[in-house]
Design a protein around this ligand. Structure first.
Ligand code: ATP
Length: 855
């Protein structure tokens, strides 16, 4: 805490002062409500709804409503909300983020604002991070809501539309962020109103809000469909990638090095920069690729596809790891979520990376997919009228919550003091030394009867440790994405006397491990982290599995200088110190300063990742504005509104556009190019050809006359349909079809634009500005094309034609773009300049002898 905060108090302290009186009020009803019969307590729901309809507000009702839920929870679950939980509940109702430490009972907190806001009958969504929690929480807390007469729904991954619709129609719905996001996208691809599953986005409470709005925000949700491309190139590039030799990475070249034309000795065919997750070919590598594909110039624009695929194959081989980033199961490559350790069923890496991995793993390479709909969590959750969040770890990202989501974070005090002891990190020189020590620590705890939870980042490590413990004869359970069927049982057993559980990040959030008496007496749960995660929040979540509700417990992270994080971000300085001190393989070094150094490395990465998210958001903002317009238009169609006015406007707009393009004001009417007018106009609006007419002297008169003719033509067409509703529906069908087709192409084009625009950065232009400008132009072009197509189709419609709504694109899967180079849309390999290339400044000199300009 800084000095200013010490003197003036923190933001949270200020805010809590205003919340305490409301909490007092809730508590003041305790005795009175305790005396109510079950029936009287249940009757409160009806009473509150009536009072709402008579003009009272949710804020007016809050104290009584919260007291009602509290009493109901006491009767139904045997848990009565603590004062701090009431405070948390108030913060959530106010649309903010409640930071409540791990194990403080956020699941129960949620019942308060969920109930209160559900009284408005517009639906409340409780958003969790995985199916397990959605199901657990809905079943557990659902009992309270049911008792009070509210309905509760759950949406799970394998549910059909009907089940989803029913679940969303409930008063309170438990759903994961992914299911919810995809349902939103799918709803916006529906062609009949009856197909929609979601209601309007009213109020949501996001559990583990940092996971959803921060960690997952880096990766947009994508729904994709098939495109007809062949998969051969992926297989060829995989063969090639296996032949190429990896060279040594010397670090990014600084501007100064480039200026000084300093040459770095390059070896191998390609260089892997693990830190930035980029692969670059060397000059030698480029030659090999050219030979392999029998092409003259790799850098040539016509070889863009080869360039892209070679990079993908190398990334698949050198940056994507089996059993860490993905698993291979039933002849399929399945993504493992880096933050939660869970398999993400049905998801695919975008932009061809998934195919490249399929080729690498020799499973069937699926067809290239085309993006049909996409949104980021930022833009999705900002659509809610009100949103709230809770987590044990939000404060480190407060700035981001405020800036991007307009939510502040209020830190709620714990119910009981935290008794968990968080030890300093134990640091080792090598991984071997580290794992040996971990095993010793587990054995010691096990013998003492203290339950242990060993957290690993990868599936591989969990299996390695399992093997080491098996050799030592220590019985244990393993929880990872490969074996998750027994999750609930493993978690239930993990707090028993002497239990040993190894788990990936899967058990890192939300998992509630209950201790038995013997375990408590033996010191409570011991958490052993086997590696630091990139983000401090993930580590803190793991620690938070112990010491819940004032329980005893301890935690310690075991780290080696060979760990990824250390290797990439902190190794050099630490290695020097270790060598100076003469540290051996099995020596354990422990000091606050070391733990601090590691945190500094994590902070660096966190800042970097924040940059990535902001960047992504800047790009997505452009699409977001456009998406709003398109989705609003679709909604009107689905709602069955008459689109006649819009169609009429399209017709007249089209006419005006044609005249504006072909007629120049400088020329008199007899000099106008009537052929051109007819060429542009008649294929779309089949009226009689336009010719010189002495009554029409200027452009406006021509526009006016043609508009009249076009409208007349359309009115005649309308008159052919005895039932006006028939043509109204035809208008909707045509519009929907054209909008969808053009919009999907547009999304794909914008994707391409984003990929390519990064190159502009070399030309001293801000890529985001360029993207915006070109994006707006493309949107204009798309609206023009929609107008033209719609008008043409309607003007040519035949009475006997059967016109039905149909889905424009075949959806193949819901993807989450998890490609590692989300850093920016730059495909660096495409643009690398080699010493013997001509300098891009145009001097004609070789690059190595010239000015060092980048493009
Ligand atoms: N008011 C209460 N009375 C009794 N027990 C409670 C109360 N509130 C919570 N608990 C218990 O505390 C434990 C932790 O609850 P829960 O798992 O909801 O915590 P959490 O805040 O969601 O933790 P995490 O941050 O790890 O997700 C649970 O076992 C729950 O039964």
């Amino acid at each position: 805490m800084g000095l200013v905060q010490k003197i003036f108090g923190t933001h949270s302290q200020h805010e809590l002062k205003r919340i305490y009186p409301i909490a007092d009020k809730v508590e003041s009803y305790r005795e009175e409500y305790g005396k109510l019969s079950d029936e009287q307590l249940k009757g409160k729901t009806k009473e509150f709804k009536e009072r709402l309809s008579k003009g009272e507000t949710l804020n007016d009702l809050l104290p009584e409503a919260y007291a009602t839920v509290r009493e109901a929870a006491k009767r139904v679950l045997g848990m009565e909300h603590y004062r701090v939980q009431i405070i948390g509940g108030i913060i959530l109702h106010q649309g903010r983020i409640a930071e409540m430490r791990t194990g403080e009972g956020k699941t129960l907190v949620c019942t308060l604002p969920a109930y209160l806001n559900a009284l408005e009958e517009k639906g409340v969504l409780v958003v969790t991070v995985n199916d397990y929690l959605a199901k657990r929480d809905a079943e557990w807390m659902g009992q309270v809501h049911n008792f009070l007469g509210l309905s509760v729904g759950i949406v799970l991954h394998d549910m059909k539309d009907d089940e989803r619709r029913a679940a969303y129609a409930s008063d309170i719905t438990y759903v994961t962020n992914n299911e919810l996001g995809f349902d939103y996208l799918r709803d916006n691809m529906a062609i009949y109103k009856e197909q929609l599953v979601l209601r309007d986005l009213h109020y949501c409470i996001i559990d583990e809000v940092d996971s959803v709005l921060i960690d997952e925000a880096r990766t947009p949700l994508i729904i994709s469909g098939q495109s007809g491309k062949s998969t051969k190139l992926y297989e060829l590039c995989d063969v090639l990638a296996r032949q190429l030799v990896k060279g040594t990475y010397h670090g990014e070249r600084t501007k100064m090095q480039v200026m000084m034309q300093e040459e770095i000795e390059e070896d191998g065919d390609f260089i892997v920069n693990e830190k930035d997750k980029v692969v670059n070919l060397t000059e030698q590598g480029v030659h090999k690729v050219e030979q392999f594909f029998h092409i003259d110039n790799y850098a040539d624009i016509e070889n863009l596809e080869i360039q892209h695929n070679v990079t993908l194959a190398l990334r698949a081989h050198y940056l994507m790891f089996r059993d860490k980033d993905y698993v291979v199961k039933d002849d399929e490559v399945l993504i493992v979520d880096e933050f939660t350790g869970r398999i993400m069923p049905g998801r695919r890496y975008s932009d061809g990376l998934h195919q490249a991995i399929e080729a690498k793993e020799h499973v069937k390479v699926k067809r290239e997919s085309k993006t049909l709909a996409t949104i980021t969590f930022q833009n999705f959750f900002n659509k809610f009228d009100k949103k709230a969040g809770m987590t044990g770890t939000a404060l480190t990202e407060e700035k981001e919550f405020r800036g991007i989501y307009n939510m502040d974070v209020v830190e709620v005090p714990t119910n009981k003091p935290i008794a968990r002891i968080d030890h300093n990190d134990a640091v080792f020189k090598t991984m071997k030394g580290k794992f040996n020590a971990v095993v010793e620590e587990v054995v010691a705890a096990h013998e003492k009867g203290q339950p242990v939870l060993v957290g690993t980042i990868t599936i591989d490590t969990s299996e390695l440790l399992s093997e080491m413990l098996r050799k030592r004869g220590i019985p244990h359970n393993v929880l990872n994405a490969k074996y998750h069927e027994l999750e609930a049982q493993i978690v239930a057993d993990a707090g028993k006397h002497g239990a040993v559980t190894i788990a990936t990040n899967m058990a890192g959030r939300g998992t509630d491990i209950k201790l038995d008496e013997e375990a408590r007496a033996a010191g409570g749960l011991k958490i052993i982290g086997t590696e630091r995660h990139e983000s401090r929040r993930i580590d803190n979540q793991l620690r938070g599995r112990a010491g819940r509700q004032g329980d005893p417990g301890e935690s310690r992270f075991y780290i080696s200088l060979e760990d990824n994080l250390m290797r990439l971000f902190a190794q050099e300085t630490l290695m020097n110190t270790f060598n100076r001190l003469g540290v051996g393989e099995n020596d354990q070094i422990e000091h606050k300063l070391l733990s601090n150094a590691i945190e500094t490395a994590q902070k660096k990465i966190e800042t970097n990742n924040y940059g990535i998210r902001l960047h992504l958001l800047e790009y997505d903002q452009v699409m977001n504005e456009q998406r709003e317009i398109m989705y609003a238009e679709r909604k009107r169609v689905l709602n069955g509104e008459s689109m006649r006015n819009s169609i009429m406007k399209m017709i007249t707009d089209f006419v005006e556009g044609v005249v504006n393009r072909s007629v120049s004001e400088d020329k008199s009417a007899d000099e106008w190019n009537y052929d051109e007018i007819n060429e542009l106009l008649l294929p779309t609006i089949p009226i009689a050809p336009v010719a010189y007419d002495e009554n029409i002297k200027n452009k406006n008169e021509l526009i006016h006359a043609l508009k009249e003719k076009a409208v007349k033509f359309y009115e005649d067409k309308e008159a052919l349909f005895p039932e006006p509703e028939t043509i109204r529906e035809i208008e909707r069908v045509v519009l929907l079809k054209v909008i969808d087709r053009k919009w999907m192409d547009h999304i794909d084009d914008m994707d391409q634009l984003k990929q390519g625009i990064g190159l502009q950065a070399y030309g001293q232009k801000d890529p985001v500005v360029q993207y915006k400008m070109m994006g707006y132009d493309m949107f204009d072009e798309m609206t023009r094309a929609i107008t033209e197509d719609t008008v043409r189709l309607l003007m040519h419609i035949q009475v006997e034609e059967k016109v039905e709504r149909e889905q424009v694109a075949k959806v193949t899967g819901t993807n989450k773009d998890e490609g590692p180079s989300v850093k920016g849309p730059v495909r660096r390999t495409d643009k690398k300049i080699y010493p013997n290339d001509l300098c891009p400044c145009g001097s004609g000199k070789k690059y190595k002898n010239c000015c060092g300009r980048q493009a």
